[in-house]
Design a protein around this ligand. Structure first.
Ligand code: NAD
Length: 245
């Protein structure tokens, strides 16, 4: 793979799980990386794993547009530019529409939709300067419906189509915008799920197992790299075959 030396990347939701694995992979490929997360304590622990001046920590709630704008400005003043934005921060709240509350919808849409919109909006002026790339962490739950997670599915469906629309709008100016769509991944988000729900997911995954966060990170690193220079507007299933049937 074309390395990411001299690139500057910002990863949201980077204190844990998939986001942490993405930050590690981009760093290993040579990028300077801003790890952004709203959990200050876990972010401090995550950043310790690097022991390097090529990384920076940013406490952020991605659903706060003013703070998101300041985060992008901070990243650029710290590393001089921005080449890669990974919109990965997300939350999952189970439930059908009937079971879920209005508060649940506000919470999930604020992080999973508004957060992606705000980070993209304020990063794009910088990405236009560098002919950069955005990679969103969507989900197979955004490609089709799933049982018992209606608001989550709606939020990830929004990310899938936002990815396509942004790719159309900004491709001509040289910014590529893609997404990865994982199925079940071993992270804090899914650790608490019952065995029954996990089995239901695994049955649909042709490889018969959940993914490691590093397997999602590898796909993100590829989409962010120059090796993917002609890939734009794609929502790539990284799902062990869950959407193959
Ligand atoms: P995780 O809970 O392990 O990590 C999510 C991180 O996002 C946490 O560090 C959390 O503090 C941070 N975060 C949450 N809300 C935030 C906010 N408002 N501002 C800033 N940071 C915030 O979960 P994960 O499984 O690593 O999920 C990462 C992404 O992958 C999410 O978008 C999720 O929807 C998506 N995804 C996960 C799976 C899975 O099976 N785990 C499958 C498909 C997609």
């Amino acid at each position: 793979m074309n390395g990411l030396t001299h690139k500057v990347a910002l990863v949201t939701g980077a204190a844990n799980g998939i986001g942490f694995a993405i930050a590690q992979r981009l760093y290993d490929e040579g990028a300077n990386v801003v790890l952004a997360d709203w959990n200050e304590e876990q972010l401090a622990t995550a950043i310790e794993a690097f022991d390097s001046t090529r990384v920076a920590a940013q406490v952020i709630d991605v659903s706060d547009p003013k703070k998101v704008k300041a985060m992008i400005d901070n990243a650029v003043s710290r590393f001089g530019k921005l080449d890669i934005l990974v919109n990965n921060a997300g939350i999952h709240i189970p439930g059908s529409v009937l079971e879920s509350s209005v508060e649940d919808w506000k919470k999930i849409s604020a992080v999973n939709i508004d957060g992606v919109v705000y980070c993209s909006k304020f990063a794009l002026p910088e990405l236009l300067k560098t002919q950069g790339a955005i990679v969103n962490t969507a989900s197979v739950s955004g490609l089709g419906g799933d049982w018992g997670a209606a608001f989550y599915c709606a939020s990830k469906g929004a990310v899938v189509n936002l990815t396509r629309a942004m790719a159309l709008d900004h491709g001509a100016a040289g910014v590529r915008i893609n997404a990865v769509c994982p199925s079940l991944v071993k992270t804090n988000m899914t650790n608490g799920w019952s065995q029954e729900i996990r089995d239901k997911f695994n049955e649909r995954i042709a490889l018969g197992r959940a993914a490691e966060p590093s397997e999602i990170a590898a796909a993100v690193a590829f989409l962010a790299s120059d090796d993917a220079s002609f890939i734009n507007g794609v929502n790539l299933p990284v799902d062990g075959g869950a959407t193959a049937s």
